[in-house]
Design a protein around this ligand. Structure first.
Ligand SMILES: NC(=O)c1ccc[n+]([C@@H]2O[C@H](COP(=O)([O-])OP(=O)(O)OC[C@H]3O[C@@H](n4cnc5c(N)ncnc54)[C@H](O)[C@@H]3O)[C@@H](O)[C@H]2O)c1
Length: 306
């Protein structure tokens, strides 16, 4: 398994973790329009909206596999819906078109629990349910899910995807509805009061960054015949409200107070799953999460301090 891999959007919350893990066994090129992370591999500036440059990068570095992480997330996306639609859908299409033309073997593109909506049965959301997302982020992700399905059934590309829930990492998040998850860990460490944008009892699914990256890489490495669906898989680990998450952090000895001042982000969270059924993924690729809520908080707090 030694492939030439291009990671697009590598400077964001998830990018560095994908770079570090994939670099262990592959030749990785990290790329972004900003350079906020330090990488162990080569980093290049690449605007995914510039398809000519994307194609020349693919050719220059003999890229075989692409991880396309570039996006504008849910909360930030509502501030400029047109820009969100343009970036999220055009980045998907540019990667798809360049890949078809230049023979890329596989693409990983993350979707999100933002594709679900109030009609999705939010108490326990199965993989295939009605979906009416209420944010431009969710709408753009759902549209790309349909494009992904189209390219997969036409057999012109092999695109694989997970619908990530709120991801817990040491790296700071970039404008999502679940940013409070990571921000609370920093408040716990700094003993600072935290102002939470969600209601205290607003339950959402979450996952440790290592579990999400491992699942994505495992999904990319299994044989195509193991995959029973040609669109994204649900994935989850544990479910928590902000108040329960605060309690987990407090129980680890990091005492801090929270004021709950719900804003538009609570409305977004209200339209997202409380819990998720990811059995299809677990069965198809034999995956399960390694980190529960307590171990997640403990390990991320430790890695922030190291
Ligand atoms: N973080 C989460 O909790 C979460 C949850 C669900 C899904 N996801 C998905 O995972 C992916 C990565 O998320 P993240 O949290 O790292 O996002 P992020 O906002 O932290 O990072 C996105 C990166 O994309 C880059 N980017 C923006 N425009 C670009 C362009 N034109 N060309 C190249 N790069 C560009 C940004 O500079 C940024 O570094 C996204 O597709 C997101 O939708 C994340």
């Amino acid at each position: 398994m030694n492939n030439n891999i291009l990671i697009i959007g590598a400077s964001g919350q998830l990018g560095k973790y994908f770079v570090d893990k994939l670099s262990l066994n592959n030749n990785v090129i990290a790329s972004d329009i900003s350079s906020s992370n330090e990488f162990k591999c080569k980093f290049i500036f690449l605007d995914v909206l510039d398809i000519d440059n994307l194609k020349s990068v693919i050719l220059k570095y003999k890229i075989e596999i692409i991880y396309n992480l570039a996006a504008i997330l849910s909360a930030k996306g509502e501030k400029d819906p047109n820009k969100t639609w343009n970036l999220n859908t055009e980045s998907f299409l540019n990667v798809a078109n360049a890949s078809i033309e230049l023979g890329i073997k596989k693409i990983f593109w993350p979707s999100s629990i933002a594709v679900f909506g109030l009609n999705s049965g939010l108490e326990f959301v199965k993989n295939d349910v009605p979906m009416l997302p209420s944010t431009m982020y969710g709408i753009s992700k759902l549209s790309c899910e349909k494009l992904m399905y189209y390219y997969n059934i036409k057999n012109v590309l092999d695109i694989r995807s997970l619908r990530f829930p709120g991801i817990v990492s040491a790296s700071k998040p970039g404008g999502g509805t679940t940013d409070y998850i990571v921000e609370m860990l920093y408040s716990g460490l700094n003993k600072e009061k935290y102002i939470c944008s969600l209601k205290k009892n607003r339950t959402l699914p979450m996952i440790h960054i290592n579990d999400s990256v491992d699942a994505a890489i495992q999904l990319m490495n299994v044989e195509k015949k193991c995959l029973s669906i040609k669109y994204p898989y649900n994935i989850t680990s544990f479910n928590m409200s902000p108040d329960q998450w605060k309690q987990v952090i407090n129980d680890l000895g990091y005492k801090f107070d929270v004021d709950y001042m719900p804003d538009f982000r609570d409305n977004i969270a209200k339209s997202w799953p409380k819990t998720i059924d990811d059995n299809q993924l677990r069965n198809d690729i034999s995956w399960k999460p390694k980190y529960n809520s307590l171990v997640t908080a403990e390990s991320i707090l430790k890695s922030i301090q190291s």
